[in-house]
Every structure is written in structure tokens, then in C-alpha cells.
Design a protein around this ligand. Structure first.
Ligand code: SF4
Length: 237
């Protein structure tokens, strides 16, 4: 595999100091290769975004207590520019899922996520938000918020300490640093669709799998086989 080498502009001999200066500017910054200019825009843009992330102020369970104390004076979340917990999703760009996501709460979590403006991020704080935690496979609990919305950073712990939360937020900052307007989802052409809200009935129904569920329920044999598969899942033969 051969790597494509960056193209350098041809050398020119400067006749004066002004010409030399113009040449340096042309070669290095403004009129250099288009990629360099985009890199510069990315650098400034990401620097601004990483230091002004506004989290959505909502908590789901005990992890929320740790999130609240992280925003208090002792831990000084303001040094990251993240102290402005917003009361509305339209002013927030970070969803800190701090606690157990119950099936009853799932449609509201997805609705709030859809109402947040792009670019937006999700941090799963604690064992419950990451994978169901102590309540995994419970009849009323979603086994991880990533079943509903895309998650950027997972923070382990039950509950994670404020230091762990801050570390997770620093990982999010690193992720933002690597983003580019070239491939960021929110700059792609076309309208970005929101995540369909799950439907809460006798159980939680993922609207994205509605066709699959309808087809399955129309075939009793397949449905029975699926029920057996689920019932024996994880059990040793
Ligand atoms: S991970 Fe532990 S502390 Fe956090 S919400 Fe679940 S049970 Fe509570």
C-alpha cells in the first residue's frame, strides 16, 4: 500500500522581504492546500466546542447525586466550561445519562435526545446507564442506554465518583478534538432523522424494529421459537 504524500507548492525565489513574507503566508496558512485550511478551522472550532459543553440537567437515579456534587465547588467542573447545566434540551449539547433507564422513562429519554441541537453527545454514567447494572435483565429496566441512543463515552462504576465523571468528560473532549467538519454527521447533506421513540405497551417496543416485530407476530411458529431462544439464553445445556 502506498501512502499519498502531501503536495508542497513549488519554490519561488523572493526578490524582496515583502515577497518572501507573502510566499510564507501562501505556503503555510491561508492560501496553502485546502486541507490545511480545514485543519485550522477544525482546530479552532473543536477548541471552542470542547470547552463549552453544556450538559442537560436531568438525573435518573442514584448516579445523579454524584453528577450533582461534581458540579459543586469542590470538583470545579467550570474549569472545563461545563458548569452550565441547562433546563431545556434545546440549549444543551451533552446528555449525561446518570442512573437507571427504566422502560417507562425510555420514551422520554429519546424525546429529550431528539430535541437537543447538533452536535450532541451522550455519556453513559455508571453501570446502569452503560449496561443495566445491578438491574440488568430486570423486567422494567433497559439494559443500557445505548439500546436507545448512540453513546460516546461509558463511565464504569456504581456509582462512578465525581473524579471518574470528570475523567469521562475529558475523554469526551479528546473525542471532540479528533472530529472534523469534513466528516461530522451534522454537516452531511440531507435532513438528519431523529431516533424513533420507543413505544411503551405491555413491554418496550423499539420503533426501529417494528417491521421485524410485526412479521414475527404474524408467524406463530417463529414467535414460539424466538420465545424458547430467549428463555434459554445464557443457560448451560
Ligand atoms: S449504577 Fe449504581 S449508583 Fe448508578 S444508578 Fe445504577 S445502582 Fe445507582
Amino acid at each position: 500500500m502506498s501512502e499519498e504524500k502531501p503536495q508542497t507548492p513549488p519554490m519561488t525565489i523572493a526578490n524582496s522581504e515583502q515577497e518572501w513574507l507573502d510566499e510564507q503566508v501562501r505556503r503555510t496558512i491561508w492560501t496553502g492546500p485546502w486541507n490545511k485550511f480545514i485543519d485550522l478551522v477544525d482546530l479552532i472550532y473543536n477548541w471552542g466546542r470542547r470547552n463549552s459543553i453544556w450538559p442537560l440537567g436531568f438525573g435518573l437515579a442514584c448516579c445523579a447525586i454524584e453528577m450533582i456534587c461534581t458540579s459543586a465547588t469542590r470538583f470545579d467542573i467550570a474549569r472545563f466550561g461545563m458548569e452550565l447545566f441547562r433546563g431545556t434540551p434545546r440549549q444543551a449539547d451533552l446528555m449525561l445519562v446518570s442512573g437507571t433507564v427504566t422502560k417507562k422513562m425510555a420514551p422520554a429519554v429519546v424525546r429529550l435526545y431528539n430535541q437537543m441541537a447538533e452536535p450532541k453527545y451522550v455519556v453513559a454514567m455508571g453501570a446502569c446507564a452503560s449496561g443495566g447494572g445491578p438491574f440488568k435483565e430486570g423486567y422494567n429496566v433497559v439494559s443500557g442506554v445505548d439500546k436507545l441512543v448512540p453513546v460516546d463515552v461509558y463511565i464504569p462504576g456504581c456509582p462512578p465518583t465525581p473524579q471518574a465523571l470528570l475523567y469521562g468528560l475529558m475523554q469526551l473532549q479528546k473525542k471532540i478534538d479528533k472530529q472534523s467538519i469534513r466528516d461530522a454527521a451534522w454537516y452531511r447533506k440531507g435532513v438528519s432523522e431523529g431516533v424513533p421513540e420507543p413505544i411503551l405497551g405491555p413491554d418496550l417496543i423499539d420503533a426501529r424494529r417494528l417491521d421485524e416485530i410485526t412479521a414475527l407476530s404474524a408467524d406463530p411458529e417463529k414467535l414460539a421459537a424466538r420465545a424458547v431462544k430467549l428463555a434459554t439464553k445464557g443457560k448451560k445445556e
